[in-house]
Design a binder for this molecule. Structure first.
Ligand SMILES: Cc1cc2nc3c(=O)[nH]c(=O)nc-3n(C[C@H](O)[C@H](O)[C@H](O)COP(=O)(O)O)c2cc1C
Length: 299
């Protein structure tokens, strides 16, 4: 990992759509980890360009795209490649044709996997870094194994660097991952309340109030938002009134869509979608990305 990306600390801030923009990515990289701009369900090449403009020239950051979004808007991949990121990740797909394009442009790639089979696939497709993501993780992902087991299986399938992901929230979590032979960690939720993140005020309040027991796996927000996520890829969110109302009632999508639109417009913390892993209970206040990185590294 260190030799591949030359990082001071083996910590990658996960690409988080709507949360990890250019400001957070640059702050994490400046502090010695790798920051990534995330383009999620609502990602677009214009949004990516906007976030890239915030990053000071020469700050090596990564970019993360979502497979089905990229396939709908191919200019997203073109924009990402043209930015020459230090690392490119395209998550949540099984077609790795984009890896060849990235490699042709001299860009190393990371792929999130969840078990030995998906790790073998990513390895064979040429992934330079594999991210073993456990089902504790925040946001979307195939919920197959806990982090420890996902990491163990991934390490049996590849000799390339493997990052552990899913509820990495403390220095002890990082130490455990490194002792289990991970080359580093890929962390989302712990950075999602950072001062530099795009998260709204209600989003942060929801994060600070929740514990891991408040998180659930659901596709309700995707259904209400009209997003084309594969049905076997739910997201881990903080459960709230919106989830309670619509999780089992999928009759009237337009009413749910309107409810969600109003919740977002009002920044209503009991109805908006807040992605979070089961480590969310460790978040108590908004701090800088550098502070989060130092905490994770045990300083
Ligand atoms: C707010 C949030 C948004 C996310 N958005 C994306 C995304 O756009 N693309 C992606 O590949 N992963 C996304 N993820 C998942 C992360 O890549 C990673 O798997 C997860 O954050 C790891 O678990 P943790 O959140 O417990 O650290 C997101 C996670 C969170 C918390």
């Amino acid at each position: 990992m260190e030799s591949l990306l030359g990082l001071k600390y083996p910590v990658v801030c996960a690409p988080m759509g709507g949360v990890a923009g250019g400001r957070l990515a640059a702050a994490v990289t400046r502090a010695g980890g790798l920051g990534m701009i995330g383009m999620g369900s609502a990602g677009s090449s214009s949004a990516l360009r906007r976030e890239l403009e915030i990053v000071p020239a020469g700050t090596g950051i990564g970019i993360g795209l979502v497979d089905w979004v990229m396939r709908r808007s191919p200019d997203l991949l073109e924009t990402a490649l043209a930015a020459k990121p230090k690392l490119l990740a395209v998550s949540f797909g099984d077609n790795y044709d984009w890896i060849e394009q990235a490699h042709a442009a001299g860009i190393p790639v990371a792929v999130q996997v969840h078990d030995a089979g998906s790790a073998e696939q990513a390895h064979d497709a040429g992934a330079d870094i594999l991210v073993a993501r456990g089902l504790e993780g925040g946001g979307h992902g195939r919920p197959v194994h806990q982090r420890q087991e996902a990491l163990r299986q991934t390490l049996t399938a590849t000799d390339r660097p493997v990052l552990a992901a899913g509820a990495i929230a403390t220095a002890a979590d990082v130490t455990d991952a490194l002792e289990a032979d991970a080359a580093g960690v890929w962390v989302g939720t712990a950075f999602s309340a950072c001062l530099e993140a795009l998260s709204s005020a209600a989003h942060r309040r929801a994060l600070f109030a929740a514990t891991g027991a408040d998180t659930v796996l659901t596709s309700t927000f995707d259904w209400a938002g009209g997003f084309s996520w594969p049905s076997d890829i739910p997201e881990r969110v903080i459960s709230n009134d919106f989830v309670a109302q619509w999780n089992t009632d999928h009759d009237d999508r337009s009413a749910a869509a309107e409810d969600l639109r109003r919740a977002v417009a009002a920044d209503n913390e009991s109805r908006i979608c807040v992605n979070a892993g089961t480590g969310v209970g460790h978040l108590t206040e908004a701090t800088s990305a550098a502070q989060v990185l130092m905490t994770l590294c045990g300083f």
